[in-house]
Every structure is written in C-alpha cells, then in structure tokens.
Design a protein around this ligand. Structure first.
Ligand code: PEP
Ligand code: MG
Length: 564
C-alpha cells in the first residue's frame, strides 16, 4: 500500500483501476534556427493559429463554463504580446519551438507574481505551449482516451482543453499532481460531479511504478491509496454507496425554498461570480442567488466598467432568475481582490485597508454608477433584486449606503456582517437595513486576526470556531428581535452540517457554493427544526472547533446516514 495526500477539490470517493495520462511533449532545443527569419516566424505563426483554431472549435463543441474557459484560453494562445515576445527570441537567431517556450516562461512568471486566481492560470498557458510545441514538431498532442470502463484518471495536470471531450460517466475520479482548489481541473470536476484530488505530490511517479494496481481515492480527505488494504477498500465502497444514497435523497422544495422535515421553509441560494455560474446554479436547484460577487466580473480590468456595460451584464445575470431573488453585492475591491482602477495606493496591510464599502471614501462615483446600473437592470429583468455592501463596520456607514441605494430606486438594501464591530452593532444594523448577510470567511479572519489565505493559520479560520458561531448567534438573534432576515453567504453555509447549525442559531437563509448546494439541501430536507436548534445549542456550548463540530454532529444523526 502507498498512501499519498493532496487537496480534496471535488468531494466524493472512488475505488478502481487507474489510467496515467502521459504527456510526452517534444523538448525544445536552444539550437540556432536553420531557416531564414521570416520562415521561422511563419512556422510559429502557423502553429499558433492552428492551436487557436483548435481551441475555438473545442469551445464550440462545449457548453457553459467550459466553453467560456476555452474561449478565454484561445485568446491567450493568440495574444499578440505572446507572439511578439517569441518573435523577439527568433530575431536573436533561435528556432520557433525555443522561442515559444521562452516567451511562455515570461508569461508564466508574470501570472505567478500576480498570485491567487491568475497564478492558477499558469498551467493553462503551459498547456497552450505544449500544444504549440507538438504542432511545430508535427506530432499529435496526447489526448485523454475515451474510456470504455470506469477509470480513475491520473495526470500531471489537466487543462480545460484536455477535458473537452471527457466522458464523465466513465471517469470515477481525477487525481492530479499539479493544480489547486481553484484550478480548472477542480472547477470542471466539481461542475461535473467527478470526485477530484489535486496538488498530490508524487502521484505521477507512483502511478508509473504501480501500473495495473487498484487505486482508492477519498476526495473528502484528499487521501489516495495505491493497492489499498481490505479495510480501506470497504470504507471507500461504503462511502460511494452513501454518496449514491444522498444523490437519490428526495428533497422537499416549494417555490419559496426548501423545507425541513417538519415543513419549515429555508431558502437555499447560490454564490455566483459570473454568467458561467448561472446555469449550474439553476441546475443545482438554487432558490436564487444569495451572493453575486460583482468584483469578480472586473478583476482584470484596467479601467472601470461603464454604466451601459454594467446594465448589460447585470441584466444578463438577473434575467435567468426572474421570479426568484438575486442578492447582488457592490464591488468588494481590495485585500486579496485588488482592482487596478480602484486600489492604486500601496497599503502595508490591505486586508485592514481601503476595501469593500470603504472605497466609497475615494471613489463615490464608482459606487453610484454601480447602483444606477443595478437599478436599471432590475427593472429590465423583472427579478427581485436585493443589494448589499461589503465590509460595513459602523451603523452610520450602513445608513449612508441604504440612503444612497434607495435614492436610485433600489427597494431592498442591506449590508454584509463580516467585521467584528458590526456584530456588536447588530441591533442597529438589523434596524437600519432591510436584511443582513453574514460573511463568515472575513468575519472568521477578522475575529481571529488570522489571514484567511495563510496556511499556517488555517485552524483559526475553521468555520467551526466557537467565537465565530457565537458571533453568528448574536447577529441572528438581533435579526429575530428586529424582524430583519439574516442570511449567511460565507463558506460556512456550504458545509451541510455547519449549515444545519447556522439555521439552528436563527439564521433565516443560506447561500452556498454551487458545488455543495445539493448536499446542503439534502441535509435541510432530512432534519427537523428542533433537531437544527438542538445542534445550534450544542455547538454554542462547546469551547473548541473540534468540540463544536462533535457536539453538533451528535444531534444531527440523519446526516451520518447520508454520508454528509
Ligand atoms: C465572506 O467574507 O464570507 C464573503 C462571503 O465574502 P468574500 O468571500 O467574497 O470576501
Ligand atoms: Mg467577505
């Protein structure tokens, strides 16, 4: 038995034979070009055009999110800046293969130094380069075969282009050596419901030596096992069976939301960041949108979006949810989501700096244009649109925001509660606002003074931390006192057991990631309100994150049966 650990990127489990996708790509040599300059340039241009057209064709064959991703990657492949960089290398007397690999390295470094989402695009750029190198060398790019029996796929990394024709019903799980939780492998696996473990060091080398052996994948813990012993095999089989049972679990749903076992309504919304998420959210059974992160629409922009542009995109985003609710959040620029047209001052501590609603102090015009666009798109779409501001600290800020938003004709206005001071102002905030939504990701980090991106401090950001649960309870109770709906849209609502606890604490709606919405809905449908409340009480009484979880789970035995 060989056990390895990676990051669980798409939950589930699998046990079966594996296939190692080996991508033998021609290695470019720095040998001088043997062609005249113009011909060498032509070799490269032809190869790039071929790869660009191939990616475009793949985008046309695909739908939804994958189609959008492929189009974006096709644009990277044919980016004039990449070609120009490579032409510069050719001008120094090098061959086309060497030139494109050098130009790609420069591109990759740029992305890497930007960090976060952009850094995870590095593997896409590398994949484009591999495809171009194959084309120049006149060899076929190694594609994923069409499996005829259920198989676990292992690869160094997968690019969206690799997954275009993936027959997901024959793929038991995906394990990659590279990638991260927001890499495309992870995104695509989640959207297709394929269990996936990414960033699993050593998996490719072991796969070579363990050829023909059985592989166990636990994509909840991130553990993979070559040649698993009987005990691990039966644990995995049991897990797979529970997951199947959960998928078959009947959910109780009315037009107003999901229903607990004893008939209480709980709306479950989706968190979305763009058009690509709309279809998936609706298919997953979202009651609408509980958090539309508008900054994600404009992260790569140098100039602010115009009023017309914003009206168009918000109308496109709202319209599919006509008859339902969409909670749109105004730009949460700053900290880990800097935006070139807002955050141009260097800040030593950006998470504690000019972020979210605070950008209004310098750029009121941007907020005003956004509110005007939201108001216009609301009318155009016929959707019930609620608007909220991120990073509100003081009641006065909430009052100013509510007044400003209403002056544009927006009817339902609220704020996020994600700064500890706002918890202590919960009574005022739930009086001033039409609703509040708790951002547990930031509330957790600010309560514990622990950067949510920091791996060594991850335990502080465990959403089961007692201080976080107690803060949520205070806000939920203030909401009940002041007749103000209190939702949770942070990641805490995406954990089926914790979401159950949140409801027990008095939260009135949940908004979770699309990938876990079905699990949360299954949990809500399987539990009664008194059970949720008992879980909430048990969690509040515990003193550590492990204990809050254990004590709550002890009250939620129905979840055990569903493998949640
Ligand atoms: C949060 O902080 O919990 C939240 C939902 O907002 P974001 O993750 O976008 O900061
Ligand atoms: Mg936040």
């Amino acid at each position: 038995m060989i056990a390895l650990n990676g990051i669980a990127a798409s939950s589930g489990a699998a046990l079966g034979q594996f296939f190692l996708l080996t991508t033998e790509i021609p290695v470019p040599s720095p040998s001088p070009s043997t062609l005249p300059l113009l011909e060498e340039r032509q070799v490269l241009t032809d190869a790039i055009n071929f790869v660009g057209a191939d990616l475009e064709a793949r985008a046309t064959r695909s739908t939804g999110e994958l189609a959008e991703i492929l189009t974006a990657i096709g644009e990277i492949a044919t980016d004039p800046a990449l070609l120009e960089e490579a032409f510069n290398v050719i001008a120094q007397g090098h061959n086309a293969s060497y030139a494109i690999s050098l130009a790609t390295e420069i591109f990759k470094e740029l992305l890497e130094s930007s960090g976060g989402y952009l850094a995870e695009r590095v593997s896409d750029v590398a994949n484009i380069c591999d495809r171009i190198l194959c084309r120049i060398a006149g060899v076929e790019y190694p594609e994923i075969p069409q499996f005829i029996v259920p198989t676990i796929l292992i690869a160094r990394d997968l690019s969206p282009a690799d997954t275009t024709d993936l027959e997901s019903d024959q793929i038991l799980a995906i394990v990659t050596e590279g990638g991260g939780p927001t890499s495309h492998t992870a995104i695509i696996a989640r959207s297709r419901g394929i269990p996936a473990v990414v960033a699993c060091p050593g998996v490719v080398e072991y796969a070579r030596t363990q050829h023909g052996s059985l592989l166990g994948v636990d994509a909840t813990t991130g553990e993979i096992t070559f040649n698993p012993p009987a005990e691990i095999q039966s644990r995995l089989v049991e897990k797979v069976e529970r997951i199947l049972k959960r998928k078959a679990q009947l959910v109780n749903r009315t037009p107003l939301g999901y229903q607990t076992r004893d008939g209480q309504t709980v709306p479950i919304y989706a968190n979305i960041g763009g058009l690509k998420d709309v279809d998936v959210a609706l298919k997953a059974g979202a009651d609408g949108v509980g958090l539309l992160r508008t900054e994600l629409l404009y992260l790569d922009r140098k100039l602010p979006p115009t009023l017309e542009e914003q009206i168009q995109i918000y109308t496109d985003l709202f319209t599919p949810f006509a008859g339902q609710k969409v909670v749109i959040r105004t730009l949460d620029a700053g900290a880990d989501k800097p935006m070139a047209f807002i955050n141009f001052d260097h800040e030593p501590n950006p998470a504690l700096g000019v972020r979210g609603y605070r950008t209004v102090y310098k750029h009121e015009d941007l907020l005003r244009i956004q509110l005007e666009a939201i108001a216009a798109a609301t009318i155009a779409s016929g959707t019930n649109v609620w608007v909220m501001a991120p990073m509100i600290t003081l009641p006065q800020e909430a009052a100013n925001f509510v007044e400003m938003a209403k002056s544009y004709g927006i009817k339902t206005v609220g704020v996020m509660i994600e700064v500890p001071a706002a918890v202590f102002h919960a009574d005022e905030l739930t009086t001033i606002c039409d609703f509040v939504s708790i951002g547990t990701n930031d509330l957790g980090q600010y309560l514990h003074a622990a950067d949510r991106e920091s791996a060594p401090l991850a335990a502080f950001n465990d959403p089961w931390q007692p201080a976080l649960l107690r803060a949520i309870y205070q806000v939920a109770q203030a909401g009940l006192r002041n007749n103000c709906p209190v939702g949770v849209c942070g990641e805490a609502a995406s954990d089926a057991a914790l979401a159950s606890v949140l409801l027990g604490l008095g939260v009135t709606s949940l908004s979770c990631s699309v990938s876990t919405l079905r699990d949360v809905a299954a949990a809500v449908s399987a539990l009664s309100y008194p059970e949720l409340q008992l879980a909430g009480i048990a969690a509040l009484a515990a003193g550590t994150s492990q204990k809050t979880k254990e004590s709550a789970r002890a009250q939620l035995s129905a979840l055990e049966d569903l493998g949640l």
